[in-house]
Design a protein around this ligand. Structure first.
Ligand code: ZN
Ligand code: ZN
Length: 212
């Protein structure tokens, strides 16, 4: 069974999720944006074996710690979609602009595409490409535990910003309605910031996507 624990990191309180397969203790981190000591301590405390870093998109609060952690621990970097290449290239500049520790450059080991799967021990998650907030944004869906890790696509009561370079509001709405909603109203999602919610809850009450 897939398990997870979410740890807010960086001054942006970005929800980094530690995922693991409780049969094999193999673990991955989704969006290790920073506070690497905190993340490593949590992995050690739970006696897990970190095998990969997964990225939803390449904004600094999500991806800032990725290069360093991958280098230190010899881990593959999985994702995001190559639409975010320009954001990855800009990470050192983003880190300076937002007062982050200097982000180390990196090249993903594997780009992700809509319909791909990623595995962790005995669990498999489905990848959906959800552009709009950034062009290369992906989400990770586990039908097994009815959870979806959505990064900055959707929040409880809000949606991702689309005023960045490469952002698109219509594209974001399409991503939410065409690619997230089919996962089912009962699916609980873990957003990049703030509390968890369900897709059904957002379809009913989120002012940006209500009734879609
Ligand atoms: Zn973002
Ligand atoms: Zn974010």
């Amino acid at each position: 069974m897939l398990r997870y624990h979410t740890i807010p990191v960086t001054g942006f309180a970005q929800n980094c999720s530690l995922l693991w397969c409780d049969q094999t203790n193999e673990a991955s981190l989704i969006d290790p944006g920073g506070d690497l000591d905190v993340l490593k301590a949590e992995v050690a405390r739970r006696d897990l074996k970190l095998v990969a870093l997964w990225l939803t998109h390449a904004h600094i609060d999500h991806a800032g710690g990725t290069g360093q952690l991958a280098r230190e621990l010899g881990l593959p970097i999985i994702g995001p979609h190559e639409g975010d290449q320009f954001w990855i290239d800009g990470l050192p500049q983003q880190s300076q602009m937002f007062g982050f520790p200097k982000a180390e450059p990196f090249t993903p080991t594997r780009w992700l595409h809509d319909g791909d799967t990623v595995t962790l021990g005995q669990s498999t998650l489905n990848v959906r490409h959800c552009p709009g907030h950034t062009p290369g944004h992906v989400v990770f869906h586990s039908p097994e535990i009815q959870r979806c890790f959505v990064g900055d696509v959707l929040f409880a009561g809000s949606i991702g910003r689309t005023d960045f370079p490469g952002g698109s509001h219509p594209q974001l709405i399409d991503s939410i309605t065409q690619r997230l909603w089919p996962m089912g109203d009962e699916t609980l999602f873990i957003p990049g910031h703030g509390p968890e919610s369900t897709f059904g809850e957002e379809r009913r009450y989120n002012p940006y996507v209500r009734g879609t």
